[in-house]
Design a protein around this ligand. Structure first.
Ligand code: NAP
Length: 287
């Protein structure tokens, strides 16, 4: 099984590449597993001919697209680039995959929803993105569905990990200088550790599941609750003031409740993702 990973130096891409390399070299290696990592500097997914040539040259069995323009606020001002990376890139990947018979695994986001639901979103719920990031990611999903034969779209949310900027790291940095913080309390989601997500993804790969699946760590919280848990685990004495999202001005409009229901993932795999608090503890203790 030859697996090509785009955006392989990003937060999720790095953990995924590391996991698959570990599987290749473990005492009981996964037979025939080969990883081709394609970071941004090796493959720019917005260049149609390069994407096609690269994929047809390597003829992977599976392409995992971890490349994306993920700065949600910047997507508002750099709309053309956001569209190229998040919508057109997946289209080029899908078309080349179809040509060489590869399966595509595309990573998407909770931000395809508008956040007005009073329960966690299931895969079949109506999408209605509020931001350019969400809109371009949704276009990417549609392009994958339209242009390739076999695909898995994995929607994740609120990622944290060792290899990229994320909320946990930001809290950690802020706490070095500020003992008082104001954090939004009316925005809810499911924090998800990239290490856990890559293990879940590997299970889905082996099961050859096709379609759309939500995968996050179990449970959900507000940003305020998340920050409190971070400092509780770290043993930091930080005074956190809950504020409304309307008081936190930012260019992009974000969903208020973007937590995802992962029952479908559990039904397919028999796996229950561990609670986000446990994953967070592991992550913080490994820093
Ligand atoms: N982070 C989250 O909270 C979150 C939540 C839900 C879903 N997701 C989804 O999860 C996936 C992985 O996200 P992440 O957090 O790992 O993001 P990330 O750390 O920003 O990684 C994205 C990678 O894509 C690369 N990239 C950007 N433009 C590219 C291009 N034109 N061609 C090739 N590569 C390009 C980036 O390279 P450069 O750094 O060189 O630009 C980076 O290495 C994305 O699909 C994202 O939408 C993320």
């Amino acid at each position: 099984m030859k697996i090509l990973i785009t955006g392989s130096h990003g937060m999720l891409g790095t953990d995924l590449t590391n996991l698959l390399r570990k599987k290749m070299t473990s005492p009981i290696p996964d037979e025939g597993l080969k990883v081709i990592d394609a970071p941004h500097e090796v493959l720019d997914i917005t260049l149609e001919d390069e994407v096609s040539n690269f994929i047809l040259k390597h003829t992977p069995d599976i392409i995992i697209n971890c490349a994306a323009f993920t700065n949600v606020d910047k997507c508002e001002t750099e709309r053309e680039m956001a569209f190229k990376v998040n919508a057109l890139g997946p289209k080029y990947i899908a078309a080349a995959a179809k040509e060489c018979g590869a399966r595509v695994i595309h990573i998407s986001t909770d931000f395809v929803f508008d956040g007005n639901s009073n329960r966690p979103y299931v895969e079949e719920d109506q999408t209605n993105p509020l931001s350019e990031y969400g809109r371009t990611k949704l276009e990417g999903e549609k392009n994958i569905q339209k242009h390739c034969n076999t695909f898995l779209i994995l929607r994740a949310s609120w990622l944290f990990g060792h290899h990229g900027t994320n909320f946990v790291e930001k809290m950690f940095e802020l706490a070095k200088h500020d003992k008082e913080l104001s954090i939004v309390h009316d925005e809810r989601g499911s924090p998800t550790y990239t290490v856990d997500l890559t293990e879940a993804l590997w299970t889905l790969i082996k099961q050859k599941y096709e379609g759309i699946v939500h995968v996050t760590n179990e449970g959900n919280c507000s940003r305020y609750e998340w920050a409190n848990k971070i400092f509780e685990i770290l043993g930091y004495n930080i005074n956190i003031h809950p504020i409304e999202s309307s008081q936190y001005k930012r260019p992009a409009k974000v969903p208020l409740n973007s937590s995802l229901n992962c029952q479908k993932f559990t039904t397919i795999t028999g796996i229950q993702m561990r609670p986000w608090e446990e994953a967070l503890k592991d992550y913080l203790l490994s820093l």
